[in-house]
Design a protein around this ligand. Structure first.
Ligand SMILES: [Zn+2]
Length: 278
């Protein structure tokens, strides 16, 4: 989607714009800030590459931007990766939990909740304060009885047991920001997401590919604009980005075709975590 240089330029453009109207906020600050001034939240889903997240965090920190990094709990298995998360946090960014427990436990809410609670404790033990969370997609996962990981935090009893957490996808409508816009780099294009909470269901409002001018219009008109970018898709060089994009689109075409063959569909379901690499 972006090289690091392009991301820096993009941030600089948003900064020059925000001086006119809106200010940057981390996701956790939306809950504690009582002013109703327009806000821009940059959030990142980190997926499988923490080094690219670290580089992004440094670029943003140099520009004076504090953003929110949603990370999977498997990074806590490595001391080096946990150190990197604490380093990103020390730059002023927020570390949030990118959860996919409902997919991992095949729709078993009890098992998913135990793992979720355990992961929160692990983050805490590592000195990482999780206040906000974000569901992960897993496009290869076969599901029967749940639409996506979003359903985990839509469950009212689970929601009530974690009332101190804010889900940037599920809870956005309950903030004071009724007029909000969610922009994502889904599919390597900037898109205005029609209904971020329910777009895992059929028949909901579609997404719209947007350009820079439209983005600036959105920043002008929304009380809250969330810009969601996957750090594992950022690249050092334009050529790397070109090949990443090619690999992503080829993998998507192959996966769509193979899914129609039952044996491959089952195999892909078993290997659903692989999509975190693309
Ligand atoms: Zn994700």
């Amino acid at each position: 989607m972006f090289t690091f240089r392009q991301w820096k330029e993009f941030c600089e453009e948003v900064i020059s714009h925000q001086n006119d109207r809106a200010s940057f906020s981390r996701a956790d600050e939306l809950l504690i800030d009582n002013s109703l001034s327009p806000k821009i939240v940059i959030k990142h889903d980190v997926e499988a590459n923490i080094d690219l997240a670290k580089k992004t965090a440094e670029i943003e920190s140099d520009l004076g931007i504090r953003s929110t990094y949603y990370v999977h709990s498997f990074f806590l298995d490595s001391k080096d990766d946990a150190d990197t998360l604490r380093y990103i946090q020390s730059l002023g960014h927020e570390i949030g939990y990118h959860y996919d427990v409902l997919d991992i436990y095949d729709g078993n809410y009890d098992e998913a909740e135990k793992a979720f609670a355990n992961d929160l404790k692990r983050f805490e033990r590592e000195g990482i304060k999780v206040s906000t969370i974000c569901p992960h997609g897993n496009p290869l996962k076969k599901r029967d009885g749940w639409n996506s990981n979003k359903d985990f935090f839509k469950d009212s009893s689970i929601r009530s047991r974690f009332s101190h957490l804010f889900d940037i996808v599920n809870d956005i409508k309950v903030t004071k920001y009724e007029n909000n816009s969610y922009i994502s780099d889904a599919g390597y294009q900037l898109k205005l997401i029609g209904n971020v909470r329910d777009n895992d269901k059929k028949g909901v409002l579609g997404d719209k590919v947007i350009g820079k001018e439209e983005l600036l219009d959105i920043l002008n008109s929304s009380e809250l604009t969330i810009i969601s970018v996957h750090t594992h898709r950022l690249s050092n060089k334009y050529l790397d980005l070109f090949f990443k994009k090619k690999l992503f689109f080829t993998a998507r075409i192959v996966a769509t075709k193979l899914r129609r063959v039952p044996v491959f569909s089952l195999l892909m379901n078993k290997m659903f975590t692989l999509s975190k690499r693309f």
